[in-house]
Design a protein around this ligand. Structure first.
Ligand code: FAD
Length: 382
């Protein structure tokens, strides 16, 4: 349950989205323009500090509130929610596992948005099988020397801090024990080599990174001790998956809102189209599934805040919400008829943005694997 203050935070963001984002989103999207002004306003609203507590930030909000803020941003433009997703995961990683020095170095500037952060897991050779990664950091004296490549890294060009998942001991068995998170800042040896062209998620950059003998201090290992990165990142991905689920919720909500409005304005056979049973049925199912998705997200978020393991719940929320967001976006296209296929209406954008949440932050096939493994481990549903 959200406190009164948290409800006010969500409604402030909702009003900002309606006032500042909705009127400009189509132009920004179609020109694929970086939303400089909106990102600056998000910083002023405190969105980059939502997950960062004192002494580095101000009062952080609960995970349910964070999820609903994310959904509001995505309701306006999924790209805006994407521009703060990885940042929050890195903020949580620093709070949970960082040394005090690492926390003091990064969190105060991350709380204001002056410093943005992203995480780099995926490699050209694969994103699902993370333990097979080849990016490698070799210990040389009191430094690590990094070589390798990452791809599909969101916000990489504008993020001053990259939480890099890499191997510090490629021979380790089991393999995950040789994986670390390195806190990397841009510098010699790191090249942002290419901005990838995308179906949706326009405006913010998604890039390839090349590490060529990049030197970082040994103190860049998250928490100071190598070999813990895989477990650290899996915990971070609980936040990431709740965030991606919330993004899908926002996109689905926007598609539903547009469809509900259009179905009352558009007439055929002498009546508003919502009165045709087929269209009414779409609306009823869209609303029902969105309501269920919202509850799944809040359930996972509450478990997270209770300090409980919630990879299964976050996985369920991400799996269900992203799949229904795709369905809702398609049905919104159907309800708009030919106009649903027009770039002058927003529904085509929802349809292009929705698949990202199916693929990103661990594909939905991987979520099913996580859920099934946890069901067996936990002996079923509690
Ligand atoms: C726009 C965008 C932004 C992104 N941002 C980031 C980012 O900021 N940071 C980052 O690290 N990554 C990012 N990613 C990468 C994303 O997380 C990966 O694309 C995703 O994890 C899948 O990895 P892959 O593309 O290598 O697919 P693969 O791992 O090659 O998978 C291909 C297919 O095989 C399936 N598959 C693979 N293994 C299994 C299995 N064991 N069981 C069942 N099915 C399986 C997959 O589900 C998928 O359908 C982003 C991706 C996109 C598109």
């Amino acid at each position: 349950m959200l406190s009164t203050e948290e409800r006010a935070v969500v409604s402030t963001v909702r009003e900002w989205v309606d006032r500042e984002v909705k009127p400009v989103v189509a132009d920004l999207e179609h020109a694929d323009t970086y939303p400089e002004k909106l990102i600056e306003q998000m910083k002023e609203l405190g969105i980059y500090g939502l997950a960062i507590p004192e002494p580095w930030g101000e009062a952080p909000v609960s995970m349910p509130c964070y999820a609903l803020v994310t959904a509001e941003l995505a309701r306006g433009w999924m790209s805006l929610a994407g521009a703060m997703g990885g940042h929050t995961v890195v903020a949580k990683l620093l709070q949970s596992f960082g040394t005090r020095e690492q926390q003091d170095r990064y969190l105060p500037r991350m709380a204001t948005g002056e410093l943005r952060a992203t995480m780099a897991l995926t490699e050209p050779g694969g994103g699902s099988d993370l333990q097979a990664m080849t990016t490698h950091a070799a210990r040389v004296g009191d430094e690590y020397v990094i070589n390798g490549a990452k791809t599909w890294i969101s916000n990489a060009r504008r993020s001053g801090l990259i939480a890099l998942l890499c191997k510090t001991d490629p021979e380790a068995e089991p393999k995950h024990k040789g994986v670390s998170v390195l806190l990397v800042e841009h510098g010699p040896g790191l090249t942002v080599s290419r901005d990838l062209k995308k179906l949706g998620y326009k405006g913010v950059e998604t890039c390839e990174l090349v590490f060529d003998d990049m030197h970082v201090p040994a103190s860049a290992v998250l928490g100071g001790e190598p070999g813990r990165g895989f477990a650290q990142m899996m915990k971070g991905l609980e936040t990431g998956r709740i965030q991606v689920a919330a993004r899908a919720l926002g996109v689905g909500q926007a598609a539903f809102d547009d469809a509900l409005r259009y179905s009352q304005e558009r007439e055929s056979f002498g009546k508003p189209i919502w009165q045709h049973q087929s269209i009414g049925n779409y609306l009823a199912e869209m609303a029902t599934k969105l309501t269920a998705a919202r509850q799944l997200i809040l359930f996972a978020a509450e478990k997270f805040d209770a300090g409980e393991r919630c990879d299964m719940e976050a996985g369920m929320a991400k799996l269900f919400t992203s799949e229904i967001a795709m369905e809702v976006a398609l049905n919104a296209v159907r309800i708009h008829g030919g106009y649903g296929y027009s770039t002058e209406f927003d529904v085509e954008r929802y349809f292009r943005d929705a698949p990202l949440m199916i693929v990103g932050e661990g594909t939905n096939e991987i979520q099913r694997n996580v859920i099934a493994a946890q069901l067996v481990k936990r002996g079923g549903l509690a």
